[in-house]
Structures are given as C-alpha cells and as structure tokens.
Write a protein that binds this ligand. Sequence first.
Ligand code: FES
Length: 103
Amino acid sequence: MGLIHIAPGGETFPTNPARSILNTLLAGGFPIDTVCGGRAQCGRCLIRVRSGQRFLSPRTSAEEARLAALGVDHSEPESRLACQSHARGDVEIEVVNLRGRKA
Ligand code: FES
C-alpha cells in the first residue's frame, strides 16, 4: 500500500491495487476528467508520472492503442492513462485534464 501524490497541489490518495488510479481519484473526489468512463477510449485521463513508475501496472494493449492515438509512444514512459494504471506503491503524478477544463 502506498499513496498517490498529485503534483502540483499535494493531495494524496491511498493506493488500492484492485482499483485504477482513475477510480481511486474519482472515489476521493478529485476532478480528473473522463468521457469514456475508464474504457481507454477518450484519453482524457492522461497523467504524467513524476516518480514511482516501478509501482505501476504495465501498459495494457488498449492503453497502448489510445496513447498512440494521442501521439504518445514508448519514448514517453511517464505518460499513462489513469483508467488503465494501477498503483501498488508511492507514485507522484500530474493530472493533465481536470473536469470542466478544455484541453
Ligand atoms: S477515462 Fe477515457 S481513456 Fe481513460
């Protein structure tokens, strides 16, 4: 068990490896954006991982496909979809899109 740290801002949320980062943040009231509800289709839950990448689940094939559509490739391992990422230790992330804010 660890914490998801939001940067900047400093909010923290306990990790739950059975729950995606998207669902962990939403359950905690953090306004991360989603259109598809966590099905790797919208890309709105894009995050940048500042530290703790080793504590994240590997990219799924659905995540790889959506990231590629967003122009993200393997040279940017810090870019992840929160809906496809599960943390099992301390991670620090930036949330790219907040609910109600246009990209
Ligand atoms: S919530 Fe839509 S891609 Fe993650």
